[in-house]
Write a protein that binds this ligand. Sequence first.
Ligand code: AMP
Length: 170
Amino acid sequence: MYRRLIRDIPDFPEPGVVFKDITPVLANRAAFTALVDEMAEPFRNAQIDKVAGIEARGFILATPVADVLGAGFVPIRKPGKLPAEVIREDYELEYGTDALEVHRDGIQAGDRVLIVDDVLATGGTAAAASRLVHRLGGDVAGVSVFIELGFLAGRRALDGTPLHSLVVYD
Ligand code: AMP
């Protein structure tokens, strides 16, 4: 059901990248409901305290997943967006570096945290999000993504953290 609703946009946002546009999935009520349910499914009995969503498309999926799991929602954002005290992690991109921040009080020591994003590509983003959670004393119970670009081997960057993906492109 999902594959026919995922739209490939070649050369976006830059030449050579095939962007996986999930807006047709989000706009389809049956697909969106199923997607939220399936992303949460393996973690239903995992006593998740917080679902951490990665800016920006991760937010769209993480908030309903948090609701399904009865967990809180914590935003992980690009630098300079969060208003209170933050910690920051830098990570490598193909060209250059990027960074993510989380509020220092967003996660308490011992919290069980599920990280949610739309697409896992090289895994650098999800790995940086995991490091943020660990630095605050949180326990990363898993990473749940809608789409995994298997050919980029992002799973390996997660160092054994359980990864749940609904659609895998090889
Ligand atoms: P990475 O750190 O390489 O795993 O990249 C993952 C992040 O970049 C996620 O937040 C995705 O939203 C975004 N991303 C990477 N590649 C794509 C793609 N082909 N289509 C859509 N989003 C992507």
